[in-house]
Structure formats: C-alpha cells, structure tokens
Design a protein around this ligand. Sequence first.
Ligand SMILES: [Zn+2]
Length: 525
Amino acid sequence: MFDLIIKNGSIYDGKGSKPYQADIAISNEKIVEIGDIKGEAKKVIDAEGKIVTPGFVDIHTHYDGQVTWDPYLRPSTYHGVTTVVMGNCGVGFSPCKPDQRDWLIGLMEGVEDIPGTALHEGIDWEWESFPEYLDALEKKPLAIDVGTQIPHGAVRAYVMGERGINHEEASQEEIDRMKEIVQEAIKAGAFGFSTSRTEKHNDVNGNLTPSITAHKNELVEIAKSLAYVSDMSVNELYEKIKEAQSEGINMYGQVPPRATGILMGLTATLNPFRFHPTYMEIADLALEERVEIMSNDEFKEKLLNDSAISINPLVDEIVNSYTKMFKLGEPANYEPDPDMSFESLANSSNMTAQEIAYDAMLEKDGRALIYHPLFNYQTGDLSLVEKMLKHPYTISGLGDAGAHCGAISDASFPTTLVQHWSRDRSRGSKLPLEKVIKMQTSETANLLGIKDRGVLEKGYKADINIIDYEGLTLHEPEIINDLPAGGRRLVQKASGYDYTIVSGEVAFIKGEATGALNGRLIRNS
Ligand SMILES: [Zn+2]
C-alpha cells in the first residue's frame, strides 16, 4: 500500500527531459515508483491533463525573520515553491548579539523594505550564534523546507560591533574570527555565505550595508573557507563568469526572469505623485479617504498643476519617467509594449501622461498598480533577460521573496518562468517548458548542493507540483496588512497550482494551505 499515487500526469522530470505520461507512487516521503502503477494507495490524485513537476526550489529569498512566525511562507507558496533558501544579500538575523537586534532589523528594513515594526513584533530571538538560529528554526512548524546561508552583514557586526557597521577595516584578528564563525555555520548546516557589493543596499538610515566596504582581503579570506561566494551579478559580469568557469571556478550569475521593476500605486510605497506637495498633504490618510479626495476634480487639477520635490536621482527617475510606466493589469503583464506606456498613450490622446497615471491609480478602488521596469528593460522588451536566461552559467533567482514589501513582488518569478517564458510570450522567443522547469528545480537545488530533490525519479524526495498548465495565471499583486503589528506587504497569487506536495503530503490545494506541516529546516551536509 503506497501513501499516495499521482495518476496519468504529464511528467516533467526536472532534468530537462521531454515530458512523458506516467503514474508516480510515493511512500515514506519519497518517490518509490514511476510508470504504470497498479498497487493501492491511501490517497490517489488524478492528474489527467495536468503537468507534474518537482516542487520549485527558490534559492534567493529573505524569509529570515518571517520564517519564525509564518509556517506557510507566503507569497512563495502561491507559486509552487517547496524549498526556500534565505540569508541572501549579506543580510539576516544571525549571528546576533542582543544589543544588535535593532540594528539588524534596521538593516533588513533598509536593504529589503521589510517593515521594522513587523520584524520587532514577529521575531522572538531565541538565538545568538548561527548554530543556535538553526536549532531554533528546526523547532518551528513549517509547510515547506527552509535552508539558509550565513550573511556577511550580521557576521561583520557580530565580530566588529560599531566598527563593522561603520565600514572600518577589519583587523587580522577580526578576519580570523569571521572565518571561524563562517566555518562553524557551514559545519552546522549553512548553505554558504552571502555578501552584498551593491550600492543599492542601504540600511534604514541611509547608510551603506556593512559588507560593501569590507576589504577585499576580508572577502578573499572568508571565501577561502568555502566552496563559493554568492554576489550580485549584472550583465557585464558574464564574460568574467565564463572566464572563471574556463579556469575551473564554479561561478554562476543569478538572473531574474523579468525586468527588475517597481510597483507603484496608492497602496504601495511610491506613486508618481508621492512627492507632489498637494499629494503629500493627504499621503498619510487611509486609502478610502485618499481615493475620495482624489476623485474630486478640483483636487485633481491642483495636484496635476504642482510639481514634485526632488528626493534623489533614483527616486526622481522612478516617479517621473512616464515613458516607463505601464498599467500592470489583470492578469499581470510584465513585458508591456512601449506603445502602452503612459507617455505613449498621452501622445495618442488629449490627456497628459500624468493624468493617465492619476486615473490608472484610482482604478480598482485605488488598488490598481503601475509597473515601472527599472533594470533590464532598456530595449522595451525582455530580450536582455532572454540573453541572460540563455547564458550557460546563469541560474534563475533574485526574486527576493519575503522582501521589498511595498514596492516589488517578485516571489512570483517561478510562475513567470512557466507561464510567460514557456507559454505566453509573444514579443520574442519562448523557452521549452522542460527547460524552465529544470531551471527552478534541479539547477537551483544542485547549485547549493541540495541533492535529494528537484528531480522526479525513484528515490527522490516527494516534493511535487501538479499544475493546470493551460490555466496557469499570474494575478495582479495586492497590498494586504497581514504582517505582525499590522505591517503591509504586496501579495501576489496565481491560479493553476492544483496541488503542491511536500514530502509526500498535500500541503496546498489551489494555493490554499491544507494545514499539513511537513516542511523542515534543511542543513548542508
Ligand atoms: Zn536579495
């Protein structure tokens, strides 16, 4: 008697093989047979007409705090994800001395836009060292599996205190101590070490993240104790990656399957009028009140006639570039035609781009979102992204799930890969479905040495998605206030994930949690 049989599905094995029709039998959390299965099972799922894939493995998330209060790890679990890896971008919550908690929260709030109040309320701080953090996570109820890297920012602050935070150079003694801590973490089960070398990462007070100025010597020394170092990578780095690979260094660039963009609107952190004095007067009012005021023609005219105060070049560019603003829409469209920008629409109508943006924001009772593709959309389509996805040494990632709560909603990358890249794309070439499945199952798992999953074969862990491929739809994100202390975040759902199975048990049906808590902390071994 098997625990579960999935019948008649179209199997995408996660290794990039062509699909085939078969049944899958599961017992004791593992796949025990694939083929024409005759035996009995406690539960049978008919997957006729559906695709059956390994559960998705998202190696770039920021659930470091959320994992301590939310067993369901939304929004990733709306998108077929059954394993997440956190501790990315050099930020996280361990190791941490008690007097550094506020500072680490500030760093996470600044770098990753996760509300500090939610982190203060939600995290119970049962640890100081990294191994203690893992032990604490091991006791948490979880619906999916969670692994973590050790973040440079936390290690630097832990060893160097104020000096580390203030970007001072580490002494040899301090470097040795950091190496010890990182090695201890790897031994305890960390999936590597992460750092940040991007100037986009500031703490809540606007100071650069501590790892940015870490002396090269410090990074090299720490890296020597590891198999690899993950870092932010951009298009120009790819030749260097190829070079490193040809020298036998196992280096990959992590690339997003969409343009990295900002979502704006009355519920989001930014909107095109956020820094117009007329808007700033009502900025703190409840959404309903703002919508009512903004529906008044006199107010509209007054607002459209004043101009924004300048904040900084990046923010000014985001709120003023109407050539790069689009309605995100339902279903969400992440490869909009430049003809549909507010600027283009204005050119073919008697309205201004500002007026179009104003009206667009008031749709859906003020909940509609404007998409501003910021990076990798210079060509007005995803051809740059296509080039990156097809590069031999890139890995799909950078979704930052659990972070950027008020402006970015990229935990849905897995759905974009399947829906947009293999099925819907009309403004360029598509990718084969078996490839996009492989890109977020065996490829991501293998990169971090997670060997027991990401493949549908006998002996592998039974983390499985059953997907209505034709019906798969990525919806427009919405802002909800469900973080601790009423913190708000963007949550984006998808239709089409009929079943998500974790360790042989159905954890989600059509996105809804069944209550099964079969997930656990995973350790690098
Ligand atoms: Zn990140």
